[in-house]
Design a binder for this molecule. Structure first.
Ligand SMILES: Cc1cc2nc3c(=O)[nH]c(=O)nc-3n(C[C@H](O)[C@H](O)[C@H](O)COP(=O)(O)OP(=O)(O)OC[C@H]3O[C@@H](n4cnc5c(N)ncnc54)[C@H](O)[C@@H]3O)c2cc1C
Length: 419
């Protein structure tokens, strides 16, 4: 008996009636459409196809033919990796996944279809949304996406990352690099501060009298003690963090004149990296699965949308509780969601979800630090149950080992996501 037939019988026998298994259609396999080919979406598509052994029809829709990782993009800015090492295609994703490179422009949740920019309309039984982030309009006064060529965000990796790196490298001697840091919640909490470390690493060698200003609307930031310790150790005097009390929350930018205005006082800068406030990727809002926060609320046990039982939201777009918006988290969430979807559509066993996350950051070459936790679903949220963080007094050998561990993680996660 074929696997499909066995699964079909098991599902229908378990529910007690042939007609009561609406997803197992006589005319074909249950269809899962996944939007977004990053760590959330590509992992979900791969695991759905692999673990269902052909019982599901899995389609992954991703706008770009090549995915450039934000993770490790700061190391590229720091001159420690080349750009190509951040790029991954979809050729090895697995035979069971149909990949379509197009933009999803609409989701009709009543009809259970998605519409692509190219005109194609795809039906689904379950929809997985993992479209990452978009920027909140008006979050930084004076900045809009139109200004991103002058004041780059470099917070979606690709040409923006290359632009920021080129700007850092051509800064005039003794010039100023300003970063407008984002308010929470945002993707990769330590990301802006690792970026500062990598920019400082470049400037220390090529432009030692340059200055780095961080204008921050937050009272404190991820791994703060560790970063400040590292900046003192390696880049003494170069990095200045401006907290909200000192004006970090009252900032306007003027791309036309390359100025930042802090509490009304204008200052010329040479490079300005604006990382705006963030919301779920636009298609999640268009699908109507986000709430007034701009993020998509999900059930902690499986990442199912709280607003539609046929939709799952993964990764940065989701509002799930304590997990940070990271590639590690998106990959972990994708595995729980794909197990739950498979259970619903094929009757396979669903085990209780467990989630984990680690975030490595680099202070200087060979000096890596990390922070991480394991998580469990509670009725309210995904809750942190156990966490760890590097200590400031670690020796050089341990810091090097931590950095090397992060290289292993990058190789492992990209293989798990893209095949
Ligand atoms: C500087 C920086 C450093 C980072 N470092 C780390 C790190 O060290 N470790 C870590 O774990 N995380 C890190 N992150 C965070 C990590 O990159 C994100 O959390 C992760 O990419 C989120 O995965 P995702 O699947 O939710 O979204 P994404 O990776 O953003 O993927 C979304 C995909 O959906 C596609 N898409 C969106 N809308 C549509 C549509 N309508 N139609 C078709 N396709 C669409 C996009 O093209 C994109 O490829 C870092 C981020 C930054 C910015």
């Amino acid at each position: 008996m074929s696997l499909n037939r066995r699964i079909f019988l098991r599902t229908t026998l378990a529910t007690g009636a042939l007609l009561a298994a609406p997803m197992v259609r006589a005319q074909g396999k249950p269809r899962v459409v996944v939007i977004g080919g990053g760590p959330g979406g590509a992992t979900a598509a791969r695991y759905l196809a692999k673990d269902s052994e052909g019982a599901l029809d899995v389609t992954l829709i991703e706008a770009n033919p090549v995915y450039t990782t934000c993770f490790f993009s700061n190391l590229y800015i720091g001159g420690l990796r080349d750009f190509e090492s951040l790029q991954h295609g979809y050729g090895k994703i697995g035979a069971g996944v149909t990949v379509i490179h197009d933009m999803v422009t609409a989701v009709d949740r009543a009809a259970r279809t998605v519409t692509l920019a190219g005109g194609q309309v795809l039906p689904y039984d379950r929809l997985v949304l993992s479209p990452g982030i978009d920027f909140k309009e008006g979050s930084v006064r004076g900045w809009s996406l139109d200004a991103a060529e002058i004041m780059p965000h470099a917070y979606k990796a690709g040409p923006q990352t290359q632009l920021l790196k080129a700007m850092v490298e051509s800064m005039p001697q003794g010039g100023t690099f300003a970063m407008v840091a984002p308010p929470t919640p945002y993707r990769c909490p330590p990301g802006p501060y690792e970026r500062v470390s990598m920019v400082a690493h470049v400037l220390k060698q090529t432009n030692p009298t340059a200055k780095i200003l961080i204008l921050d609307p937050k009272e404190k930031f991820s791994k703060q003690t560790l970063f400040e310790d590292g900046w003192g150790k390696y880049y003494n005097g170069m990095v200045e963090w401006i907290s909200p009390e000192l004006g970090g929350a009252d900032v306007e930018v003027r791309p036309d004149t390359m100025e930042i205005v802090v509490e009304g006082a204008a200052q010329k800068v040479d490079v300005c990296n604006v990382i705006p406030g963030q919301v779920a990727g636009r298609i999640a809002a268009l699908a109507g699965v986000t709430d007034e926060t701009g993020w998509a609320p999900v059930h902690p046990q499986n990442m199912k949308s709280k607003l539609d039982e046929n939709v799952y939201v993964l990764g940065d777009s989701s509002a799930q509780g304590d997990m940070p918006k990271s590639a590690f988290a998106a990959n972990s969430q994708a595995k729980s969601a794909s197990m739950a979807i498979r259970g619903e559509l094929t009757g396979s066993k669903v085990f209780p979800a467990k989630y984990s996350n680690s975030c490595w950051s680099l202070l200087a070459p060979d000096d890596g630090i990390k922070l991480g936790a394991s998580y469990e679903p509670t009725p309210e949220k995904i809750a942190s149950v156990e966490s760890f963080i590097s200590a400031t007094d670690e020796d050089a050998a341990l810091r090097k080992a931590t950095y090397e561990e992060s290289l292993g993680w990058y190789a492992g996660i990209t293989a798990d996501v893209f095949g």
